[in-house]
Design a protein around this ligand. Structure first.
Ligand code: FAD
Length: 522
């Protein structure tokens, strides 16, 4: 008993010493940070908003939030921590819009950099009327603002995400994929140049020609090698209108075959190709009718899925008001004629280009008004090789995944040739086509049932285990792993380069600790 008492007292003493040392460390860190001359400012009190994200499952409280007003603010803070040496416990997380799912933009007791504070730097459109226009933007700029600004010049970026209220730095750190990626590649394939602050506090410009190792590393690099403070993004002439269509299939293989046929065709049949899965949902076609018009209303009203899974191909054709609409409609009709969807299920609508691109924001507003936006989002995003996608669909849709009422399940193929293999982004190996499968389920807060976060996480785990057991060779998009072994296997042949770049550009592993790939060096 006496020995136990001694051990307990010793442990308490040790813990107190550690706590005291940490407190001393933090207070000296705070005072030295406060002394930094900045154009923006460091916030030490109101830091709670930076401890949350869209996933709504992980919460790490930072020591401070930097609201930078210039790239030199970002560089000063990072250089300051770098100069403290490897023993400093401080880490730095760039936070774009904080739409990560598992705390990727968070840091415990470190500095969060609120990248949106850099937004005041003006967007500059160049090359209007020239063959290759582009726009220079801040890394904290929202894609929706870029759309609004570039449209003033009749231009727009080529590649998007489905949702535009995300930052440039946030999506370029992953890939940035949507229904245009089959033609233009992901957003990371449409960037000419970046300005980056490395983990040593250096401000470097990089491109294909200048500091190309850093350029390729940062694109899809999960924030590990530097903070993107500016980006030069390729533009193209923007259309004014979009013809947006949906057709249904009962057979996954037929649906996927048509998607692949469309993305592989050389002619410009459609400008956007996506799709989604509908499991155990009723009344869906009725709700579509509010915005989409059935080609044949009588036939469409008679269509019954009888509880079977449905696969909805979603395509869009861009056009301008001055174009000959009957010619465009004829072309669309011809392209649709080659597909094998259920003929009574063609639905279409026409919207402006801006409405089309910002479509998810409309759903966001609806969900927000019902208090259903800020709920936990245990999402699972996968990249599935083409040769195994039917097997994946058979094992998952309607089996492991038995309902899509609580969020969409998006499925569409992209061409690997449009991805630059020199970037850090990881895709399934050795296949020219792979599918994005995004299972975007929202959880009901507090529920312990099938719609609760724990059950959804377990279901996601079953999908991963099924895929692993079947050897499907898929990769996670917006990856989340907990062990070094899993990260190594995720990156596969790219791992060695990833580690090399980390030790070159962020040797103390200070940046983006929320990705949980590297431990802070000490
Ligand atoms: P954050 O969550 O703030 O940051 C993400 C990661 O990038 C963090 O590790 C952070 O530290 C790092 N980071 C942030 N800014 C910088 C910077 N300037 N420099 C370096 N590192 C930085 N993705 C798609 O590809 N296609 C989609 O269609 C799509 N749709 C989505 C729809 C919704 C509703 C949501 C919530 C997400 C969607 N995503 C999609 C995922 C999205 O692209 C990523 O979650 C992205 O990281 C979010 O951007 P963010 O600005 O919120 O980044």
């Amino acid at each position: 008993k006496r020995n136990m008492l001694i051990v307990r007292s010793f442990t308490i003493l040790l813990l107190s010493c550690i706590a005291f040392k940490l407190a001393c460390c933090f207070s000296s860190s705070i005072s030295s940070l406060k002394a930094l001359p900045l154009v923006g400012h460091l916030e030490f009190e109101d830091v709670h908003p930076a401890s949350k994200d869209f996933g709504n499952r992980y919460q790490l409280l930072p020591l401070a939030v930097l609201h930078p007003k210039s790239v030199s603010d970002v560089a000063s803070v990072i250089r300051h921590i770098w100069m403290m040496g490897p023993h400093s416990q401080l880490t730095v997380a760039a936070r774009g819009r904080g739409h990560s799912l598992q705390g990727q933009a968070q840091t415990r007791n470190g500095i969060v950099i609120r990248m949106e504070s850099l937004q005041h730097q003006k967007l500059k459109v160049h090359g209007v009327g020239a063959p290759a226009p582009f726009v220079d933007v801040s890394g904290g700029e929202l894609w929706i603002n870029i759309l609004h600004e570039t449209l003033k010049y009749g231009l727009a970026p080529k590649s998007w995400t489905d949702y535009l209220h995300l930052t440039v730095g946030g999506t370029l750190s992953n890939a940035g994929i949507s229904g245009q990626a089959f033609r233009h590649g992901p957003q990371i394939s449409n960037v000419h140049q970046l300005e980056v602050v490395t983990g040593k506090g250096e401000i470097l410009n990089c491109s294909e020609r200048q500091n190309s190792d850093l350029f390729h590393g940062v694109l899809g690099g999960l924030g590990q090698f530097g903070i993107i403070t500016r980006a030069r993004i390729a533009l193209e002439p923007a259309p004014t209108m979009v013809k947006w269509m949906r057709v249904l299939y009962l057979d996954f293989a037929a649906f996927a075959r048509d998607q692949e046929r469309l993305i592989s065709s050389d002619d410009d049949k459609f400008d956007y190709i996506e799709g989604f899965v509908i499991i155990n949902r009723t009344g869906l076609l009725d709700s579509w009718r509010l915005s989409f018009t059935p080609e044949d209303p009588i036939e469409a009203s008679q269509f019954k899925s009888d509880g079977r899974n449905l696969y909805c191909l979603e395509v869009a054709k861009y056009f301008n008001n001055e174009d000959k609409k009957d010619v465009m409609n004829q072309e669309v009709k011809k392209s649709l004629f080659e597909l094998s969807y259920i003929s009574s299920t063609l639905f279409s609508t026409e919207v402006t280009y801006e409405e089309f691109l910002d479509r998810v924001h409309v759903s966001e507003m609806k969900l927000r008004s019902k208090g259903q936006w800020e709920v936990p989002h245990p999402w699972l995003n996968l990249l599935v090789p083409r040769s195994r996608v039917n097997e994946f669909a058979k094992g998952v849709f309607g089996n492991i995944l038995t309902d899509t009422s609580n969020g969409p399940v998006i499925v569409y193929p992209v061409n690997k040739s449009k991805w630059d293999n020199r970037s850090s982004a990881v895709t399934p190996e050795e296949e020219e086509i792979f599918y994005l499968v995004a299972i975007l389920t929202s959880a009901v807060p507090g529920s312990t049932g099938l719609d609760g976060v724990d059950q959804i996480v377990k279901r996601n785990q079953r999908i991963l285990e099924f895929s692993e057991a079947a050897g499907l060779g898929l990769k996670q998009y917006l990856p989340h792993y907990t062990t070094r072994h899993e990260w190594r296997s995720h990156f596969g042949p790219k791992w060695d380069d990833f580690v090399r770049r980390k030790s070159r550009y962020d040797p103390f592993a200070m940046l983006a600790p929320g990705q949980r790939i590297f431990d802070k060096a000490s």
